[in-house]
Write a protein that binds this ligand. Structure first.
Ligand code: ADP
Length: 434
């Protein structure tokens, strides 16, 4: 994966509490000039040789697991990133501060502070470009407080309090304070003085206000010397400039450049979201080749994957393999098979199909669905992704950094426009990976 120049050790080590959040952060860092790789889970060995990068993002799945397990995994990620040579560490969580009353943002933050020898950390989930702002410690989604934004009804992490000092205070043993917007607006030195004052008052974690990207850049500059920074992907906007100011990032480097990956292409869609269904329809309307992965046929033990492979061999162009269907059909299938079994059958078929397609020479994979992407990537044997240019907001082109190079576009349900599958195929076959 070396792209010229002397190999440097990574600077920023990030721990993300879910897969798509990790990709979002990685895209943000790439857009701000840091070459970034994302690992799926904590790499098993201490070999970071395939990862010539300025930033490494370890994607965990720790948002809703028990707090002690989230702490254990996060500390393992942190140790691995320390061994890889990183000097600053970023704990990434959701911009809607998704967490349970017991965690996991508070316990993981405190554990990382102890591990890194820090007595004060900043916490800011703001992502103004997506309407997430923090004012007087309260999180807004658009013009609504978090607890009136729909997040109060989230199935796993209902957020019923918008006051983040209170929310985080309930999750921590230490004390939570506030860096209000008046201070942030007054600039970097004012933020640093406020943090010193809070430290003097025995505060461990400071929620920081941010209502625009300029605030996030101020906060980023203010924490240049912190070993640990926590926040949403927005909080990372200002961090690359700190490394650039120290001459550690090359000025004109295209951080999004990826090596070209030649080979056949395929699209696998296991998302039943509204946008993915539009994308499937757009592909079908254009008369492009497609093959349906039917959960009921899978449940009946029919050789669906074999049929899909026969279709792949018959067409001389990229085929869309899709399980996606409308809500009514999905509910009927789930009523017959149970939602969990139906999902597992489809994910299993997509995963085994991906592995077989790889054996048949496919090197470019476009995958729709968060869980589906996780299953496919595991089946392809990929644990390291180099992050390239965005194909759609939040969906970068990526190239695997372990094993034989594969070009991958992995999108969660509602991302991308109607022509996403084609956009992604074009990006992977040349535009973004050339
Ligand atoms: P999203 O990002 O849209 O949430 P995911 O891949 O995370 O997509 O989740 C979609 C889930 O729905 C997966 O478990 C997938 O296997 C399942 N699924 C997709 N299509 C069908 C279908 N036709 N019948 C049953 N389950 C399906």
């Amino acid at each position: 994966m070396s792209r010229g120049g002397p190999r440097r050790r990574p600077l920023l080590g990030c721990i993300a509490d879910d897969f798509t959040g990790a990709t979002d952060l990685a895209s943000m860092l790439v857009a701000n000039g840091m070459r970034t790789v994302q690992t799926i889970g904590v790499p098993e060995d201490d070999d970071s040789a395939g990862m010539e990068a300025d930033a490494i993002v370890v994607a965990l799945k720790s948002r809703t697991i028990p707090a002690d397990e989230a702490v254990r995994q996060s500390l393992a990620a942190c140790r691995w990133l320390q061994d890889a040579g990183c000097e600053q560490f970023f704990f990434k969580y959701c911009s809607t501060f998704d967490s349970t009353p017991k965690g996991n943002i508070g316990p993981v933050t405190e554990a990382l502070m102890t591990a890194l020898g820090e007595d004060m950390a900043i916490a800011c989930p703001a992502l103004p470009v997506n309407g997430r702002t923090v004012y007087q410690g309260h999180l807004f989604v658009g013009h609504r407080l978090l607890n009136e934004s729909g997040m109060q009804d989230h199935p796993l992490t209902p957020m019923r309090d918008a006051d983040l000092t209170r929310v985080l205070g309930r999750q921590m043993t230490g004390t939570v304070g506030l860096i209000g917007h008046a201070v942030v607006g007054a600039g970097v030195e004012a933020v640093r003085r406020r943090m010193d004052d809070l430290r003097g008052e025995g505060v461990h974690v400071a929620i920081a206000d941010a209502i625009a990207d300029v605030d996030l850049r101020t906060l980023g500059a203010a924490v240049a010397n912190h070993r640990l920074v926590t926040g949403g992907s927005g909080m990372a906007i200002g961090l690359p400039d700190n490394f650039r100011a120290r001459g550690l990032l090359a000025e004109c480097r295209d951080a999004a450049a990826l090596p070209p990956v030649a080979g056949k292409a395929a699209v696998l869609s296991g998302s039943a979201s509204v946008m993915t269904n539009r994308q499937v329809q757009c592909w079908l309307d254009a008369g492009r080749p497609a093959f349906r992965i039917d959960a009921l046929r899978l449940a009946a033990g029919e050789p669906v994957v074999e049929g899909a492979l026969a279709a792949f061999r018959a067409y001389g162009e990229p085929v869309l393999f899709y399980a996606s269907c409308g809500v009514e059909e999905l509910q009927a299938v789930q009523a017959r098979l149970g939602a969990e079994r139906a999902g597992a059958l489809v994910e299993g078929a997509m995963a085994s199909l991906a592995g077989r397609l790889k054996q048949e020479g496919v090197r470019q994979f476009v995958v729709a669905g968060g869980e589906t992407s996780g299953a496919v990537v595991l089946a392809l044997g990929t644990r390291i992704l180099r992050i390239g240019r965005a194909i759609a907001p939040g969906v970068p082109a990526t190239v695997s950094g372990d094993g034989e190079p594969l070009a991958l576009a992995l999108k969660s349900g509602n991302f991308g426009g109607p022509s996403f599958f084609d956009d992604a195929l074009q990006a992977l076959s040349g535009g973004a990976c050339g």
